[in-house]
Design a protein around this ligand. Structure first.
Ligand code: GLC
Length: 589
């Protein structure tokens, strides 16, 4: 299949084929997927009940977001016991039944491995904080505070936590020291320089691998190694006491050693699948983890976030129109760099931390949902890398409505952001109730909650998700966008996903082929590229804008001999001389 042929044309190295490059992986957010017992929270039995749905979609592997015991401060990314199932999700037996159901259909399962931090309710942390002499003390990162010039106790350094404006250190009275938490104070960071902790992590990984999972998605993995002398971060924001410290802990000093040890002692023994979450990563850094010709490679691929980070965070005020030339260049940079450096990548636009891409990336009107969702699907399915879909993406789910009150947003990040901005605006305006309209709008656009509403199985008030009271409000959009309505319907988004996934799986060029971007500055909303393997070439062309563009596919290399393999217009044939809003096509050249 994907060989480096003797063809006379000079070719760049071609990727070695592997099963994990060709699969379609579906991400499940357990709380919101399917509730089987009416308590309003999704659960394992609910997932098992939908395994056939996933099989039919073409899914080969499921990535389950954390399902371990947790106080749920950060929806399971704060684990209090790595070996127990969070009770509302079910029991270990339910988990085993899910694995059996997947196995019976030839499907695999990976877990989230959250080891940058635990919950502060984890027994290790409870022990660790109890005394400086506890054998668990150095499982976490404790340091004495400092005193400032006015005699005030201050944290060990000026690091700001990743969320909000506060310190990354929390004072604990019991032993009169601070512990590090890059995320919330309820998520203390683990200390990977402790050999005992390292062994615990390896054992825990073996525990799940022995129970039958195929690998892990490694949460926030680029943050696990810190410079243990904890220098102050450079001042970037002179108005603030605390400073972003990414330059110090992102890809920290021992990160490669840690990952190599996990690979050598655990993962390689199981031939396990690994994908690391690594925001703030360049292609060069990515390659340092995943390059395949290295004996000591550390992961199979990472999730970088450069393309989804393009459109900012909780920015307030008027929104700029999206710049698709920028998007095209970021995609092209990663596609070509990884393919040309014997490195593999993951292909995704959506996950539990991102607003829905129909809104965030395309800014599409709701009336344009169908075209927009299909464009994004074809865009994903024609890129090199392992393909991921996040629950609801396959039916075209969108952000929550603008008029939802703040209480409906459950994510601590949304709630904290609102509180902090309120305090800032109170201080600035001197008003007890400053105008929060723009803050609310920013939260609506960017909140992670947008991705976390219950899965719309049908159009009923509870969306077929639960018979009880859903833990999070159902996005009323389910009345027009749901699985039941789309299943089996010829031109639905869901059917388009099924067809396109099958097309990708049966077309090695779309998985392995070289990538070449094709931009024309006259048409800034058109993204086009070719994929080429051996003697096969495909052309992707799409209008990412909400208005029609007068352009011929021939401008981007289609010829009268080219075959239109797939397109997003459903039963309507694409017209000559224009690409309507959000139209995407795939040609065989
Ligand atoms: C990762 C997860 C995110 C979580 C954070 C802290 O970024 O994807 O949901 O909040 O890590 O664990």
């Amino acid at each position: 299949m994907a060989s480096n042929s003797n063809n006379s044309k000079t070719r760049l190295p071609i990727q070695e084929p592997a099963w994990w490059k060709e699969i379609f992986c579906y991400q499940i957010y357990p709380s919101s997927f399917k509730d089987s017992n009416g308590d309003g929270v999704g659960d394992l039995k609910g997932i098992t009940a939908k395994v056939d749905y996933l099989k039919d979609l073409g899914v080969d592997m499921i990535w389950l977001c954390p399902l371990y015991k947790s106080p749920m401060v950060d929806m399971g990314y704060d684990i209090s016991d790595y070996r127990e199932i969070h009770a509302p999700f079910g029991t270990m037996q339910d988990w085993e039944e899910l694995v059996a159901a997947l196995k019976a259909r030839g499907m695999k399962l990976i877990h989230d491995l959250v080891v940058n931090h635990t919950s502060d309710q984890h027994q290790w942390f409870q022990e660790s904080k109890s005394s400086k002499d506890s054998p668990y003390r150095d499982y976490y990162i404790w340091r004495p505070g400092k005193t400032d010039t006015s005699g005030r106790r201050i944290p060990p350094n000026n690091w700001r936590s990743i969320w909000g404006n506060g310190s990354a250190w929390e004072y604990d009275e019991t032993t009169d020291e601070y512990y590090l938490h890059l995320f919330s104070p309820q998520q203390p960071d683990l200390n990977f320089t402790s050999p005992a902790l390292m062994e615990e992590i390896k054992d825990m990984m073996r525990f799940w691998l022995n129970k039958g999972i195929s690998g892990f998605r490694l949460d926030a993995i680029n943050f696990v190694s810190k410079p243990m002398d904890f220098p102050d971060a450079p001042i970037q924001d002179p108005s603030s006491e605390y400073q972003p410290a990414f330059s110090l802990f992102n890809h920290g000093p021992k990160i490669h050693e840690i990952l190599q040890e996990l690979q050598r002692d655990v993962l390689s023994k199981y031939d396990a699948f690994t994908v690391g979450e690594a925001a703030f990563t360049s292609p060069e850094q990515a390659v340092s983890y995943v390059r395949q010709d290295r004996e000591d490679k550390e992961m199979q691929m990472i999730f970088h976030t450069e393309h989804v980070d393009l459109y900012g965070g909780f920015e307030e005020g008027p929104q700029e129109a999206r710049d698709y030339v920028k998007l095209a260049n970021v995609i092209s940079k990663w596609q070509t760099y990884m393919l040309n450096h014997d490195s593999w990548q993951s292909v995704f636009l959506s996950n539990h931390d991102q607003p829905r891409p129909i809104n965030n990336i395309l800014q599409a009107k709701i009336s344009q949902r169908e075209e927009a969702a299909k464009l994004l699907c074809l865009f994903l399915c024609t890129q090199a890398g392992t393909l991921y879909c996040y629950q609801g993406e396959e039916v075209g789910m969108v952000n929550v409505p603008e008029d939802w009150p703040l209480e409906e947003y459950k994510d601590l990040v949304s709630q904290d952001y609102f509180r902090e901005r309120q305090k800032e605006l109170q201080a600035k305006t001197g008003e007890a109730h400053p105008d929060m309209t723009e803050v609310r709008k920013a939260i609506n656009r960017k909140a992670r909650d947008n991705a976390r509403t219950p899965m719309p199985w049908d159009s009923s008030p509870k969306a077929g998700f639960t018979t009880g009271t859903p833990w999070m409000r159902v996005n009323e959009d389910n009345q027009v966008c749901n699985v039941a309505d789309q299943q089996g319907k010829k031109d639905s988004i869901l059917t388009f996903w099924k067809e396109t996934v099958q097309l990708r799986k049966s077309t090695p060029t779309l998985i392995y082929g070289q990538f070449e971007l094709n931009l024309d500055e006259r048409y800034p909303t058109i993204i086009s590229y070719t994929r080429e393997l051996d003697d096969k070439r495909y052309l992707f062309i799409a209008n990412f804008g909400g208005e029609a563009v007068a352009v011929n596919a021939s401008t981007y290399g289609a010829t009268p001999e080219s075959t239109l393999v797939h397109h997003t217009l459903g039963s309507n044939e694409p017209g000559e001389g224009e690409l309507v809003a959000y139209e995407a096509r795939l040609y065989r050249l």
